[in-house]
Design a protein around this ligand. Structure first.
Ligand code: ZN
Length: 244
């Protein structure tokens, strides 16, 4: 049995990342689907922690891209923008180098294509519904595509016989047999948006072809305090408790 930890959208939330790593236990590989930076208080520390993991494959997210570059930040809402300006200031040269080397386009690993957003546009496009899933179905060639970006744990399952895509919201504790083609989203480590404030991740077993979605509680109060202490928008602290 091989155990691959699939994480996404850490958003500089080190306490949530540590909780996930501890809950997942020993793993053989880590797929990180991007957005290490943005929103949260400890981007450098999250990057250092990721760099300490062996067998890491990591994608670039839209917040990582924005925190690095000269992109006009108008594409982000007012408060996300504030956090990005702040991150641009605090990111060390080493952290920027790590972010700069992340993959901006789809990475194929065995039976899986890895993206931040979608196969067509790895950094920016959201797969939120069956229409966007359908439009991306021919943009990758592997059986499965793992993506983040939406901060929702979800499986978009394609059934060839009916030529149909359905959305499944995974239940904690269930193991999904991966059949036919599908888009799988492990949810967000550092800022879940499905009204469940617990950190989200998934375990993928390439031999068993199974996907286990997980949630783990972490010390949200500490992170809220870190956000306020850093002078980041209070709204980013508030939303963590509500899972939005
Ligand atoms: Zn994100």
């Amino acid at each position: 049995m091989a155990k691959i930890l699939v994480i996404s959208d850490i958003h500089a939330n080190l306490v949530a990342l540590e909780a996930v790593l501890q809950d997942a236990g020993q793993v053989d590989q880590v797929f990180c689907l991007g957005d290490i930076a943005g929103y949260g208080p400890l981007p450098n520390e999250c990057i250092a922690r990721l760099r300490s993991l062996s067998n890491l494959t990591c994608m670039m997210g839209n917040h990582d891209f924005a925190a690095l570059g000269d992109l006009p930040l108008e594409t982000f809402n007012h408060e996300a923008r504030k956090a990005l300006h702040w991150q641009k200031k605090v990111l060390t040269a080493e952290s920027k180098q790590f972010l700069g080397e992340l993959s901006q386009t789809m990475v194929v690993n065995g039976d899986v294509s890895l993206v931040h957003g979608s196969p067509r546009d790895s950094i920016w496009e959201y797969i939120m519904n069956t229409l966007s899933a359908r439009m991306n179905l021919n943009a990758f060639e592997t059986s499965w595509c793992f993506m983040g970006h939406s901060h929702f744990q979800a499986i978009f399952q394609y059934t060839l016989e009916k030529d149909e895509i359905t959305i499944e919201v995974p239940r904690q504790g269930e193991t999904y047999a991966m059949r036919e083609r599908a888009f799988l989203n492990p949810g967000s480590v550092g800022q879940p948006r499905d009204r469940d404030p617990r950190a989200a991740y998934a375990i993928y077993d390439p031999q068993a072809q199974s996907w286990e979605p997980h949630r783990v509680a972490y010390d949200i109060h500490t992170v809220q305090q870190q956000i306020l202490d850093a002078g980041l928008p209070a709204r980013h602290a508030e939303r963590l408790a509500g899972g939005w």
